[in-house]
Write a protein that binds this ligand. Structure first.
Ligand code: GLN
Length: 204
């Protein structure tokens, strides 16, 4: 069976485990470096990237995770998880580190105070029926992707119907086996983003 880990040091782990189990994938919570060995891919959930980073380092997971990602293990980062997979972060705290892997610059808490949390319908051609049936995206103190490298494929942006400077910002992207979203697909019951990631893991 396909085995996908969910990094379980902090954040909304259960929701991702549930989404993966709905797709009949074996979901494994990961807190120790040895637990990475048996994985075909990993999900890094939303939460708080500064705390997640500290715990990843405290649990001795930073190096082993970076090694697996460098070796090509597929990884999907949502929100704080997207920050963790970014090579560069704007508005990071002074001692904040990331795992990196994806050639993107991410701005933390980018959508600002007035729109702390919001929802938007995204057209996502890469997912099943993703144009005819837009994806309801839930953003919670979300980052956006400020800048992408040449190997990065943009999968979704904030629609122009959203007010302010959020419109047009990149909120879903992929670089080879690495996938990131600013938003939280695990809270809506729509499994299409997880399904896309599972397909990516199976194809890797
Ligand atoms: N603002 C959080 C951070 O900087 C991310 C929020 C989330 O994951 N919902 O890590």
């Amino acid at each position: 069976p396909t085995r996908i880990g969910v990094l379980a040091v902090q954040g909304d782990v259960r929701e991702h485990v549930h989404a993966l189990e709905c797709l009949r994938v074996q979901a494994i919570t990961v807190r120790r470096p040895e637990e990475l060995d048996e994985l075909d891919g990993i999900v890094i959930p939303g939460g708080e990237s500064t705390v997640m980073d500290k715990l990843v380092r405290a649990f001795g997971l930073q190096g082993p995770l970076q090694d697996r990602i460098t070796a090509g293990m597929p990884a999907y980062g949502s929100c704080a998880g997207m920050i963790m997979l970014a090579d560069r972060v704007t508005d990071a705290t002074a001692d904040q580190q990331t795992l990196g892997g994806m050639d993107i610059t991410v701005r933390r808490n980018a959508f600002g105070r007035q729109v702390d949390s919001f929802e938007a319908d995204l057209s996502v051609p890469a997912i099943r029926d993703g144009v005819a049936d837009p994806l309801r995206a839930v953003f919670i103190r979300a980052p956006w992707v400020e800048d992408v490298g040449s190997e990065v494929e943009v999968l979704a942006s904030v629609p122009s119907s959203v007010q302010g400077d959020a419109a047009g910002k990149v909120v879903m992207a992929r670089q080879g086996p690495l996938l990131v979203t600013s938003f939280h697909p695990e809270v809506t019951g729509d499994l299409r983003v997880h399904e896309y990631f599972v397909d990516l893991v199976r194809g890797a």
